[in-house]
Design a protein around this ligand. Structure first.
Ligand SMILES: Cc1cc2nc3c(=O)[nH]c(=O)nc-3n(C[C@H](O)[C@H](O)[C@H](O)COP(=O)(O)OP(=O)(O)OC[C@H]3O[C@@H](n4cnc5c(N)ncnc54)[C@H](O)[C@@H]3O)c2cc1C
Length: 433
């Protein structure tokens, strides 16, 4: 059953860092206040949390804290990481730590602190389940946003503009799709929430497997070895070796906000080639320090002659049997097929970012495909309402789109575009009144 319909100028789908940066940019923009824009955000989680399933105590940021919610747009903002430290009375101590990459736990606390300033604008525990066109004289002037609350009730809101920032969804390989509800199989996105439950039935020496060769896989392998002292942990990967992330300064320039233009202006073919050539800056790569510490762990096994942990590299998983007490993986490797038994498996197999297509399917007749430079979805002439996409535009805007690197600057680009489109959207309405 649907309850109460409210009308907004802007609704943000999701309240992760991308839309949090939008909230900051909207609050700091004088024009937004002067024009009295009505806006809110809908977030399916019950409270703010940034990748809570992976907030491991030793994990660090992969990016400088200066690429926070505001600094690159407005260093004088009250929402900078430095002001957060100041407010928390840790600025001096942080300086003494001498790092540009704080722990993820601290960064989550920073983002949560910033999110706390917008509590009245965010409706937590509401999942957007549909977007419908609101037609006026044949044009889609507004959108109807349907969201499901925790108690199952569906709520409806009307908006002139929608900013879709849903982040990624757990990517579960085909072989494991049927095992989504099996408590022994955990995707990395739910690692901390579910690993204890996955391992608890096993009393001693659990056999644990981590599938993947990226940063999350490496972090989880290390965490499992520390968390369960008597466990036997295997890393299972297709590749020969973990590869180090390239975060050297020249390469890092591709994550500068100014580089978005360089990527966007290229032909589609050139962009594809560029993304393929530079994906090793972000995907399936691991911090060199972490690679070295894992190598050191395996070397130490050679020294002691005790080898509880193993690296199953160059292995393709070809079958999973979950019918017995243990999970049986059939792997194809250089020596042929082999079977391995596990009590629990962690899938560090990444994320997919196409879920928004399903959410927007009700608007399909009006969508032309792709986004403009200002992140506005390309639509037919009838589509007057604005739809913006953040975090799903890697193909057109480059590798920084899914990351934190461009948040501060991108949020202003979107707000500028919103204000331009609001002018167009409100003109005909006032002429009719
Ligand atoms: C473990 C991990 C560590 C990372 N570390 C870094 C790093 O150090 N540096 C970096 O630059 N990037 C990092 N990233 C990349 C990450 O994508 C960004 O940090 C950031 O989270 C992107 O913000 P976002 O708002 O686009 O997406 P998200 O943070 O995923 O937020 C999207 C939000 O939308 C909500 N949502 C989704 N669908 C709906 C719906 N239908 N209705 C309502 N709400 C919805 C989700 O609940 C979520 O809160 C990391 C990613 C992971 C998984």
């Amino acid at each position: 059953m649907s309850i109460e319909t409210l009308e907004y100028d802007v609704i943000g789908l999701g309240f992760g860092p991308a839309n949090l940066a939008i909230a900051v940019a909207l609050e700091e923009d004088r024009r937004v206040r002067e024009q009295g824009l009505r806006y809110c955000f809908l977030e399916k989680k019950p409270t703010f949390e940034w990748h809570g399933g992976m907030l491991l105590s030793d994990s660090r940021m992969q990016i400088s804290f200066l690429k926070d919610l505001a600094t690159l747009r407005n260093p004088a903002s009250r929402y900078t990481f430095i002001n957060y430290l100041h407010q928390k009375r840790r600025l001096e101590a942080f300086i003494n730590v001498s790092t540009f990459t704080p722990s993820r736990l601290e960064y989550n606390d920073y983002l949560g602190w910033a999110a706390g300033h917008f509590a009245e604008r965010v409706h937590y525990g509401e999942e957007v389940i549909g977007v419908e066109p609101v037609l006026e004289t044949g044009d889609v002037r507004k959108l109807r946003i349907l969201s499901r609350q925790a108690d199952g009730r569906v709520r409806t809101r009307i908006t002139r503009n929608l900013i879709v920032s849903p982040g990624g969804e757990a990517l579960v390989p085909e072989l494991f799709r049927e095992l989504r509800d099996d408590p022994r199989v955990v995707h990395s996105s739910a690692y901390l929430a579910r690993i204890e439950q996955a391992c608890s039935p096993v009393c001693a020496e659990p056999r644990l497997g981590v599938i993947g060769s990226g940063q999350s896989a490496a972090e989880i392998f290390t965490d499992l070895c520390a968390r369960y002292a008597d466990a036997r942990v295997s890393m299972i990967m297709r590749s020969l070796a973990m590869r180090p992330a390239d975060d050297s300064p020249f390469i890092n320039e591709i994550f500068d906000p100014g580089f978005t233009d360089v990527v966007f202006e290229q032909s589609e073919q050139a962009r594809r080639a560029f993304l393929a050539a530079h994906s090793q800056t972000n995907y399936s790569v691991v911090n060199l320090d972490l690679i070295e510490s894992i190598y050191q762990r395996f070397y130490q096994q050679q020294v002691t002659g005790q080898a509880p942990h193993s690296l199953l590299n160059q292995r393709e998983i070809i079958a999973v049997d979950a019918s017995g007490e243990q999970l049986v993986l059939t792997l194809k490797g250089p020596g042929g097929e082999e079977r391995h038994l596990f009590d629990a498996l962690v899938l560090a197999t990444g994320y997919r970012r196409d879920g928004y297509r399903h959410l927007l399917s009700g608007l399909a007749p009006y969508l032309l495909g792709g986004v403009e430079r200002d992140y506005r979805v390309r639509g037919s002439e009838q589509l007057q309402a604005g739809i913006y996409l953040q975090g799903c535009c890697e193909d057109s805007h480059g590798l920084s789109d899914t990351l934190l690197s461009v948040l501060a600057v991108r949020s202003q680009e979107v707000v500028d575009s919103l204000l331009r489109s609001r002018k167009r959207q409100t003109e005909p309405a006032s002429a009719c009144a």
